[in-house]
Every structure is written in C-alpha cells, then in structure tokens.
Design a protein around this ligand. Sequence first.
Ligand SMILES: Cc1ncc(COP(=O)(O)O)c(C=O)c1O
Length: 393
Amino acid sequence: MDRVAGFTSTGSKRPGALFGIEGEAAPLRMTRSSGCVVWDSEGREYLDYIMGLGSVALGYGHPEVTRAVAEAAQLGVVGPLPPVLEEALAADLCRLIPWLERVRFLKTGAEAMAAAVRLARVVTGRDTVLGCGYHGWLDWCQTGEGRGTPPASQALYRELPFNDAAAARELIRSAGDSLAAVVFEPVILEPPDPQWLAVLREETLRSGALLVADEIKTVCRLAIGGGCERYGIRPDLAVIGKAIANGLPLAAVGGRADVMEAVSRTWISSTLATEFVSLAASQATLAAMVRLQVPAHLTRVGTRLLAGLQALAAAHPEIVVRAVGLPEMCSLEYRDETVSGRVATACAARGLLFKRSAYNFVSLAHDEAIVDRTLGILDEAHSAVAAGPALSP
Ligand SMILES: Cc1ncc(COP(=O)(O)O)c(C=O)c1O
C-alpha cells in the first residue's frame, strides 16, 4: 500500500482535500459509479455531487456513452492514421459552438490550456500572459517560490482579478506590447460582470493580444457553448474539457481559423490525442446533450439545490458564511477549514459526497426528489456539526 505518491494522482481527491485532516472516518477509495451514486471500497453507497470533479454531466456510466466507448474499444482504440472520428467530432463541435472554427484535441484541460497559450505566443510574437482562475498544473500559469517552476517562467504570468473592470484595464495596458493573451474563467463563484467582460474584449483587441476563454468546467454545463454562449462572449480561442466526453479523457482548444492555423508553426502533438474511445464518448455525449437538453436540466435541478443551500446558510449562520456559485456549479462557504471538513465528513457518514470548498455539480442523473433528499442530509449534517465538539472561537 501507499505506492501512489501523495495518496492519489488527482490532488483534489486526497482525503485531506475532500474531508480535511479530521476526516479519517471518511471514504478513501471507490470501486464503482452509476448515475449519481458511487460505491466505496467497503461497499458503502453514496449520493454524489462531486461528479468526477465536474467531468460528468450526463451521470456516471450513461448507457449511450458506454455503448459508444465499447464500440470504439472493439474497433481497436488506436492506429497509425488519424481516425475518421476526429474530423467528425471536430465538425460537431464547430457546428454546436460557432466561435470554434477549427479545433485540436488533447487529453487534459491543463494540456489544452498550454496549447492555447502556445498558439497565442506564436501568433502575437509576445510572451506575457494574464490569467484569471485555475488553469491546471503546468508551468506557464504557476506562481509562488520553491514549487519547481523557474522564476523565468513565473515572470511571464500575472494574475488578473475576476470581475474588476478597472484592474483589468490597468493590467492589460501596463503589459503593453508584451501581452500575448488574457486567459479567463467566465465564472468564479459568481457570474461575470458584463462591464468586466467588455473591458477584456476591448482591451485585448486594442493591445493586439488574444482573449482565451477557459471553459473547461463550464462547457456543456452552463450551455453547450459554456459561459461564452450564456454571456455572449466572443473569444479568440476557447478551451474545453471535462464534461465534453462525460468522464473520458478529452479536452480541446479551438477558435479563430487564422489563429488555429498557427499549429503549423509550432509543435503541439500527443500520441493518444487521437485514440478513438474518448472521441466516440464525446460524440455520444454531445448528441445526448442536445437531444435531452442537458444544460436546461442542470439549471432547473441546480436552481433547487442552490436555493436550498441559501436556506441552509441562513439556518446555520454559526458555521456557514454563504452559498456561492451558480445553479449548475455551487457550494457552501464555511467559517473555516475545520468546520468544512467536519461537515463533509458528517455528510459522508450519512451517504452523501458533497464538496466543502469547491463546486458541487448536478447532472442529468440528479432530479428534484434527489436534491430534496440531499438538502435533508445536509441540514442534518450541519446541525450535527454545530452541536458537536467545540469549534474554534
Ligand atoms: C477552469 C479549469 N481550467 C483548467 C483545469 C485543468 O484541467 P485538468 O485537470 O483536466 O488538467 C481545470 C480543472 O479543474 C479547470 O477547472
């Protein structure tokens, strides 16, 4: 045991991240998932809102996706030539998300974001990047000393605050003609301010930098075209991932044809970017998204969840600060880490996996009755923590 360094290869699934340091009694590893239910290594069953960290919007093991995956596996998974499916899926994406005129597939969100930044640097001949949000673990967007990213790389990246139009204008202008791109998440705990979005668009155009929307967790969730569709943003590039293949490893960078053509002036390539199991999963996912109007379902069910979270925050002010997020991706903010860890652990003990400090995600497998049951469990868990061992003052 303990052969996986740091417990698991996905940092956000560490017990400390999910349940805090007091969460020893919480589930550690799982064996199976279906719909919105997961089973841990002890065979215990949980209702889940972590949903593969937002990578699953149709529900775990959706039959249409599973069928597509099985067929693609039967067809051999990979080969020496690019699969027909690659062009077919690219055409589906470009039809559904019109600001994607060309796309390139990659395996992870971080990889696709790095590709977007590389393209922006090639096209502009500039190096500086302003970023807003989380964009993955690769070097180009890291800050902070002693964490293995060279100062030279850190010097090219600066953070831009969310929803602060004046700061955005100032940062973009002061980067001047060194600015290659502004990359941003369209939602960070709250919707984007239209004025902030307008400044990002105007100022990047003025500067000659590219505007890159990081839609990795918002695509196929807020709308099929993510935050750009919902809020009317027209980026130069958009990066998509997570829910596009309902949990299979696939991400993509896409956007203006002239920008995307810069792939021929640099080297962006990955051996398994063209395996067809994930491409087939994505094709089936997109078809189900459209036919079943999944984003509208997420909004409807999520609205009930978020209203319930707001009521919980009002009912437990001693431990909860506020409900945050949008219906499709929301959470409760707690007084401190100890409290949030205890609540997450108390929820798990009652058969619920609910994120304490990052987004919870509804899926097509969640319905109103499940949400009501969830809110009942959350209420009980909050009461238990509020009445439990003394909390720090
Ligand atoms: C907005 C955003 N960008 C990038 C990433 C990184 O994606 P991945 O973990 O697939 O590399 C994430 C992952 O949570 C994300 O939410």
